[in-house]
Design a protein around this ligand. Sequence first.
Ligand code: DAH
Length: 336
Amino acid sequence: MLEKLKNLETAAAEEIFKITDLASLEQMRIKYLGRKGLLSQILKTISSLPKEEKPKIGKVANDCKVKIERLWKERFDQFKETLDQEKDKTLDLTLPGFPIFVGHKHPITQVLEETYQIFAGLGFEIADGPEIEEDFFNFEALNIPKDHPARDMHDTFYITEEILLRTHTSPVQIRTMKSHPPPIRIIAPGKVYRRDADITHTPMFHQVEGLLVDTETSFSDLKGILTVFVHQMFDPETKLRFRPSFFPFTEPSAEVDISCVLCHGTGCRLCSDTGWIEILGAGMVHPKVFESVEYDPQKNIGLAFGMGIERIALLKYGIGDIRLFFENDLRFLSQF
Ligand code: DAH
């Protein structure tokens, strides 16, 4: 028995050092140390030995097991080390990495931020108001009473008779004046809602409202401010035209056209051969509006304007369909 164990140990040691791959090493482990392996077979016969010999043989058998296991482990570690080294060799740190997709701001956000920049340069601060608005702020205080025909233009989403989704950013004028004394110099950007949908209208779109109130200001200031805005947002050569118009909350009122961004005024399909494109509404604050916020119409003069941001973006980037801004098609968005 002792001899058998000694031979097993020698055979295992010789075999181990001839092994050149991990798979054979595993087979060798099963052959010698496995449950039905050579060592187990010898150990099974121990029970049939005379009682006095059992402990001695048992100890030798155990030593033999420990030695084979140690040899096996050493060989295994050697393999592992070479494997790790090979792996290092195949890791080429100079290879280019996988491309990372970097997103960017939505074109509407870009135009909004450019608008803030321009007006910040003219001393305007940003004001805010709710999208779910009261009839009073959206209409009544802006000199648009319940029976006023101007209400038809707004295609309002009503929530209740008195609560609605704001149809324009002009109610922020009222909220700002109600909570702040003059002078005021704000722009109010935000989402507005109208029941309207086609290639130039979406039920939600963005506007930027402007309001300046002081003891001395005039229509020429309005012209100057809007000219600076247009020249910075578009080409500095762009011409402006102030066309008489009507808004209940301004008097006088104007619609502002710019020379066509496509044909520069000679006439094309975009401008319906007029050479001009309308971009915003503006005017001098109506005394009735001052009365509704308890500002003295004798002491205060105000100028106001409001523009649609999608419209500005369409013209700036030459886009034909406003709905593209809201479809989240990356082939479109990634162009900006
Ligand atoms: N609120 C108007 C609209 O949505 C736009 C507008 C026109 C705003 C004239 C103004 C203004 O502040 O003075 O059609």
